[in-house]
Design a protein around this ligand. Structure first.
Ligand code: A3P
Length: 287
């Protein structure tokens, strides 16, 4: 594995491996019963994917433990299937319906057929500062990702939107606006962390699932950070040959305080206020 450069796709920096296959991404054929999980990287994609898969299986935890999460909820725009050396698109096309599919694409780059087929979409957002920290570690853990340098260097790129998938601000704002015209359930990592029962109930309503309270309790247990960290189906253990672990790093809100200097925080906040003004979006950076 070697480090990848970023290439602009409609002005959004993307990994070369994705950019090289862009026509296939654009032309992706969605089905009306596809369920899409959309996130900015490191916003809790794996976590919400596991929850959605179990709710979708009516709370059947055993069924959701039959395969690693990246098979059950495959990545739409990533082309090499993580384990078997087969193109991701071919794997997706061969999947039986209903499919659960994850993507990190900003709203304006989502394949047209997902809108045309009115696919239900679950968007998970996480505060910008914890995402920055998590994304920084991720770049150092996954050898195929671009070299982002020191924390200071990475943070500058992140603020400028010069990282894979572009600006966090544009991503969360774009998806927030889109929910006015499309079935999108917009969830927050911090809310899920604080009150999973409440958030999973929202998800159940969105997916039209009426599960009993004891099933809900079981789902909460099975998708807790501690459980998922030990669970080989969710901790990416099988991929350890090209990564430095753990994928399940800390799983908390507010770890940014251990990384941002006072000066970095001031610069970040000033830029944030300017970009997020009038968006109607409110994030909590501690709980
Ligand atoms: P940290 O690096 O802050 O620990 P993604 O799946 O989008 O790549 O996001 C990864 C982040 O979600 C990591 O954050 C990871 O620890 C966290 N995460 C994964 N499962 C979680 C869970 N069950 N509860 C809370 N956080 C979780």
């Amino acid at each position: 594995h070697h480090q990848e450069d970023l290439v602009l796709i409609h002005n959004v920096p993307m990994l070369k491996s994705i950019a090289n296959n862009w026509e296939q991404v654009e032309g992706f054929q969605a089905r009306p019963d596809d369920l899409i999980i959309a996130t900015y990287p490191k916003a809790g994609t794996t976590w919400v994917s596991e929850i959605v898969d179990i709710v979708h299986n009516n709370g059947d935890v055993a069924k959701s433990s039959q395969a690693p999460i990246y098979y059950r909820v495959p990545y739409m725009e990533f082309f090499m299937h993580p384990e078997k050396n087969i193109p991701g698109m071919r794997y997706l096309n061969s999947m039986a319906s209903p499919r659960l599919i994850k993507t990190h694409l900003p709203v304006q780059l989502l394949p047209k057929s997902m809108w045309e087929n009115k696919c239900k979409i679950i968007y998970m957002a996480r505060n910008a500062k914890d995402v920055a920290v998590s994304f920084f570690y991720f770049h150092h853990n996954i050898k195929a990702l671009p070299d982002v340098g020191t924390w200071e260097e990475f943070l500058q790129k992140y603020i400028a939107g010069k990282v894979s998938y572009g600006s966090w601000h544009d991503h969360v704002k774009g998806w927030w606006k889109k929910r006015q015209e499309h079935p999108i359930l917009y969830l927050f990592y911090e809310d899920m962390k604080e009150d999973p029962a409440n958030e999973i109930r929202k998800l159940m309503r969105f997916l039209e699932k009426d599960l009993r309270e004891e099933v809900l309790e079981k789902i909460i247990h099975h998708t807790s950070f501690q459980f998922m960290k030990k669970n080989p189906m969710t901790n990416y253990e099988g991929l350890s040959h090209d990564t430095v672990f753990p994928f399940m790093r800390k799983g908390i809100t507010g770890d940014w305080k251990n990384h941002f200097t006072v000066a970095q925080n001031e610069i970040f906040d000033a830029d944030y206020a300017r970009k997020m003004e009038g968006s109607g979006l409110q994030f909590r950076t501690e709980i």
